[in-house]
Design a protein around this ligand. Structure first.
Ligand code: GAF
Length: 391
């Protein structure tokens, strides 16, 4: 069954009725530009074909109830109580349910609507997006919830506002200090294209990747090492970036250029400097990737992908041995380029591979994992897909 059918049957089992509709939003991979989003920088993600679906309908009372195929128990609260639950009492809600309920709370605030003015709703979720793989299963659930509630509650929020709502839910209702890249990719994604996003202005440009025309595919190598951005490492990296920006006297590391790095090195400790260097060089790599895609095509971006991985491994220190093994094995087997994708500390790496080499590269990565004594990776290709929508 597809996620779409699973969401419908979960809804029917929960309510004994048909949903008013189903909505969905995709996960994403990030081609390049990692940890740059919360530094007001540049990113180049694309939405993937894996989606989270929600079957939903209004209720007659003021209760909002969420259910998921991940968890046997549905969670229900009064819409009017969302304001008192989030953010202070969020720990009273089981973690997965904080995402959709946090979206409900943030969407009402974004629309300037009083919780007492809207009816309750039932929302039943099912997802094809692998969880904990660094493919933004959280942005997919947020995007699906925002699309459904926007329509059911007639909120009239545009896609960028729905992305902001998702980030607010993630930051305040879940407690993960993430940026806005994943929500923008999930809400604004386009089939066959990536989104070049300026995370300061939130201006988004659709960038034609041309993978198919160049005979290339993007292979995801999910290491199976689970990570969470609500915990330590991600927050620490963010704090180091904020410290670096403060030392440089700028609002965000977006305002530091490669030419400023020698001065940065004189002003800060080695660890802070290396965190700063990753962000500054990564922003430049995103801009270079855009230029190379335009001038030479996707077959020429491999060096930038590899440089990004090396910077995350050595300067930002967010890689793990499984990710490094995946990247090295893919490159040794002939991938055009490879890097870890997403927040790090586990999750997935990506490799840009010629269509007729995909099986060979995947086999080589699996063999390298076996040789290293790692659990087998899950590997599949992804293609750029449309963002959140009514199904
Ligand atoms: C996670 C976060 F959610 C994003 O905002 C981004 O910072 C990413 O890690 C790293 O680029 O996916």
């Amino acid at each position: 069954m597809t996620g779409h059918a699973d969401a419908r049957s979960l809804f029917e089992g929960l309510t004994g009725a048909q949903p008013a509709g189903t909505w969905s939003a995709p996960g994403r991979v990030n081609l390049i530009g990692e940890h740059t989003d919360y530094n007001d920088g540049f990113v180049l993600p694309f939405a993937i074909q894996h989606r989270t679906h929600v079957a939903a309908a209004l209720r007659e009372d003021g209760i909002i109830r969420v259910a998921s195929t991940f968890d046997a128990a549905a969670v229900e609260v009064a819409v009017a109580d969302l304001d008192t639950i989030f953010p202070e009492r969020r720990d009273e809600i089981v973690e997965w349910a904080r995402y959709p309920l946090g979206v409900a709370w943030a969407a009402l605030a974004a629309a300037g609507r009083d919780a007492a003015s809207v009816p309750g709703a039932d929302l039943a979720f099912a997802s094809d997006v692998p969880v904990g793989a660094g493919l933004s299963s959280s942005a997919a659930i947020e995007g699906a919830a925002a699309a459904a509630l926007d329509e059911l509650w007639d909120l009239d929020l545009d896609a960028v506002t729905r992305a902001r709502v998702g980030r607010t839910a993630e930051n305040e209702a879940v407690g993960a200090p993430t940026g806005i890249m994943d929500q923008m990719a999930s809400n604004l994604g386009r089939a066959d294209a990536a989104i070049f996003l300026d995370c300061r202005s939130l201006e988004a440009q659709v960038v034609d990747l041309g993978f198919a025309a160049a005979g290339l595919e993007l292979l995801v190598m999910d290491t199976g090492v689970k990570h969470s951005h609500s915990t330590g490492g991600y927050r620490e990296r963010r704090e180091a970036c904020e410290r670096g920006a403060a030392i440089m006297g700028v609002p965000a590391l977006r305002d530091v250029t490669v030419a400023d790095l020698p001065r940065a090195q004189e002003l800060m400790d080695d660890v802070t400097f290396r965190r700063v260097r990753h962000i500054v060089t990564e922003n430049q790599r995103v801009l270079d990737t855009i230029a190379v895609l335009h001038d030479q095509g996707p077959g020429a971006i491999g060096g930038l992908l590899v440089a990004s991985h090396v910077s995350m491994r050595d300067d930002f220190e967010i890689s793990v041995p499984e990710l490094d093994t995946a990247v090295e094995a893919a490159l040794a087997a002939g991938a055009v380029g490879a890097r870890m994708t997403g927040g790090g500390f586990g999750g997935a790496a990506i490799a840009l591979v010629a269509h007729d080499r995909v099986d060979h590269v995947a086999d080589a990565v699996a063999a390298a994992f076996a040789a290293a004594g790692f659990a087998p990776p899950t590997q599949f290709t992804v293609h750029p897909s449309d963002g959140a929508r009514r199904d």
